[in-house]
Design a protein around this ligand. Structure first.
Ligand code: ATP
Ligand code: MG
Length: 696
């Protein structure tokens, strides 16, 4: 209802009317911008100006009298939402002819589905029987609550095969977002948990009751609550009226629940604009349904209009040719081929390097070289399939003082399993290191915080901590696992254990704990540990390895953090998922080899492989002028360590077929991999260093 809407802002004063703020748009873009009220789909390839067109449409609507407070702009990820709001604001600023000193008009209802859902729920809580003081759980908190419920129901201890908390939350979330019965979701997405249907259902009921009692909402509740709110006809009408036009970017990544929300907001589709690219749908694992975008036209019948954009403004033709060739081999897609009139430009490069460490050096060299040629670091990005793929590069960049920001994925050295492994090494290195010791002790089943504390205190008080460790009597339940740990530490402390083989012993010891603690994604986490092992192999000794990591930790930051300083020049490292919607002058993609892209773990089904292909397409189409695909010839393949040190030779990604490769310049640095093993350390001094000697 009108009374719910915030009052319209005063019209800003204008510097000078702008003749045609949309002069730069091509005819298709303009058609989309000028299109009336009927449902509109802009379906177009990467870099064709979809986001720009959406922003221009916002400006046009406001110029025609729409109230910016009543425009609802939605998208999937936070970064994409910020980009969308920024561009729309800038476009409006120009279209309204505002002076440079005047701020762009605000679009208060631009954001992610989840953020907008949260605001609406807060505002309407009283009307829908929701506690007004509700707080929102992040995924970690939600998992912990799920674990508490699981424990309360007695399944945590009694039935070890019952899905872990993270899996439970994933099943719960998928069921809500796909809007399907639990049994079907279990069957299709989590068949190994199907036997637990009744227990899971009871647990989800208890989880929901717990949230209700504690006034908590998880991320999914933000969508679910919004959807339920719209089930009330009166409220649905109110909200439908409250928001005039509704515009959605990256529509290919919406799930059923999001599509249902849009349908309830705009039942006949009037005022609804969605833009997207089916070839860039990369969020199936979060229940995205590409049929939302492909079926948009049918959903609203004849009234719906579809605009296709095929001209690309981002990339040079050689980059487009290569990207088109990759996606042309996809089976299911809405066929579209991009073109540009940006002739010239160098062909993309397919760079073969010996291994990952060579790759890291080569990329660091190339980044610096580009900067020498005038390309700021902020104009360059390095993209990869998963967070741990950049570990070697992060170390190399830190070593060379090249500032960078990492988006998506966890900082390598902060991941729990990497910290666990390093803690064992640190403790072996320094048995008085209480932090490492405490962490390691807690890994042993049967040792809780109190027992771990007793151990650490005993070691601290003893003249010989290693002896105190051996003499310590653990709680009876921990006896055998404790003995295994003590055995490992003995091995690590004996001079006989060579480096880096001793890391293998630590991994062998850790493996069952990894399985137990992270059963759901142990395979993925193992890949990180293999990565750690490769990094270790480049150092001459345990001391050197730990020192290197401690003095030069990768300065990566998560998606939560912004750039180091607003004015600073920094390179962007990003997972491909976190890079969507963005563009850089120079883009390098790491590990374009089978096992990484497509990821090993995603080759189980044709649909999963198809999504990996779209990921490569998304990555390649981020580049404006220069694109490099890296192909390390020698790559340690995950999950194969029992078969020995298996490497892949020439394992080029299956997406780079010979026809695709023909569109690249091949680069193979001639220099052989340098010997990275440090010279042997001099023999240990007879007298230990006395730190206090100076003051004697
Ligand atoms: P993606 O699929 O990656 O999200 P997109 O289709 O949203 O891409 P945009 O990011 O809107 O594409 O546009 C890509 C680039 O092309 C931007 O730098 C944008 O400013 C520019 N661009 C788009 N349309 C035009 C135009 N008509 N004239 C000049 N530049 C344009
Ligand atoms: Mg876009």
């Amino acid at each position: 209802m009108a009374q719910l809407a915030a009052p319209a802002p005063p019209r800003p004063s204008r510097a000078a009317p702008v003749d045609d703020p949309f002069a730069a748009l091509n005819p298709q873009q303009r058609a989309a911008v000028m299109h009336g009220d009927e449902p509109l789909l802009v379906l177009a390839g990467a870099g064709s100006g979809k986001t720009l067109t959406l922003a221009a449409r916002v400006a046009r609507l406001v110029l025609d009298g729409a109230d910016p407070n009543r425009l609802l702009l939605l998208t999937f990820s936070r970064r994409a939402a910020q980009e969308m709001a920024r561009r729309a604001g800038r476009m409006l600023h120009r279209a309204l002819g505002l002076r440079a000193t005047q701020p762009p008009p605000q679009l208060p209802w631009a954001g992610t589905f989840h953020a907008i859902g949260a605001r609406l729920l807060r505002e309407y809580a009283g009307r829908i029987g929701l506690a007004e003081d509700f707080t929102i759980l992040d995924r970690g908190d939600a998992e912990d609550l799920m674990a508490l419920v699981r424990q309360a129901q007695g399944w945590a201890a009694a039935r070890t095969r019952f899905p872990l908390k993270a899996t439970c939350l994933a099943i719960y979330s998928r069921t809500l977002n796909r809007q399907l019965p639990l049994a079907q979701v279990l069957q299709e997405d989590f068949p190994w948990c199907a036997a637990w249907h009744d227990e899971l259902k009871a647990m989800f009921r208890a989880y929901a009751a717990e949230k209700q009692a504690q006034h908590l909402l998880d991320y999914d509740d933000l969508l679910l609550g919004w959807h339920q709110m719209l089930a009330d006809d009166g409220l649905a009408m109110q909200l439908g009226d409250r928001f005039g036009p509704v515009l959605v970017d990256e529509y290919q990544d919406t799930n059923r629940l999001q599509a249902a929300i849009l349908r309830r907001l705009k039942p006949d589709g009037r005022g609804l604009t969605v833009v997207g690219d089916d070839a860039q749908s990369i969020y199936a694992f979060r229940a995205a349904e590409v049929c939302n975008i492909l079926g948009f036209g049918q959903q609203f019948g004849d009234a719906a209009r579809t605009v296709l954009l095929e001209r690309n403004y981002r990339s040079t033709q050689p980059i487009l040719d290569a990207s088109n060739a990759v996606i042309a081999l996809a089976e299911q897609r809405h066929a579209k081929t991009l073109w540009t009139d940006r002739r010239g430009g160098s062909r993309p490069r397919l760079v073969t390097v010996a291994d990952e460490l060579d790759q890291a050096r080569w990329v660091a060299d190339s980044v610096l070289e580009q900067r020498e040629q005038g390309l700021a670091l902020t104009q360059q990005a390095v993209l990869f399939r998963t967070g741990h793929h950049s570990a070697a590069l992060e170390l190399e960049l830190a070593r060379r003082d090249i500032p960078f920001v990492k988006f998506g994925g966890l900082k390598f050295l902060e991941a729990a399993h990497v910290k666990d492994l390093l803690a064992v090494l640190r403790w072996a290195q320094n048995p008085r290191g209480a932090l490492a010791g405490y962490r390691v002790a807690l890994l042993v089943p049967g040792i809780g915080p109190a027992a771990a504390r007793r151990l650490i205190d005993a070691m601290a008080a003893a003249p010989d901590p290693a002896a105190a460790l051996r003499a310590w009597v653990p709680p009876p339940a921990a006896a055998s696992d404790w003995a295994a740990l003590v055995g490992l530490l003995d091995v690590l402390q004996s001079d006989a254990s060579p480096w880096p083989a001793e890391l293998e012993a630590v991994r062998a010891w850790y493996q069952p704990h990894l399985q137990r603690l992270h059963a759901d994604d142990a395979a993925v986490r193992s890949l990180d540990l293999e990565q750690l092992q490769r990094l270790a192999a480049a150092q001459g000794s345990r001391e050197r390895f730990l020192t290197e990591l401690t003095l030069d930790p990768p300065e990566a930051t998560s998606d939560e953090a912004g750039p180091p300083h607003p004015d600073e020049d920094y390179l962007t490292l990003s997972t491909i998922h976190a890079a969507k919607g963005q563009e850089w002058n120079a883009v390098t993609i790491l590990n374009v080899i089978d096992g990484c892209l497509p990821a090993d773990l995603a080759t189980g089904s044709a649909a999963a492989v198809a999504e990996e292909r779209r990921l490569l397409y998304v990555a390649m189409t981020r580049a404006k002028q220069q694109l490099q695909l890296m192909v390390p010839l020698r790559f340690h393949v995950g999950q194969q360590h029992r078969l020995g040190d298996r490497h892949l030779y020439g394992g080029m990604s299956r997406f780079v077929t010979p026809e695709v490769a023909a569109l690249f310049d091949r680069v193979a640095p001639a220099a052989p991999a340098a010997d990275r093993h440090d010279p042997p350390l001099p023999p240990r001094a007879a007298q230990p260093l006395q730190l206090g000697a100076l003051w004697d």
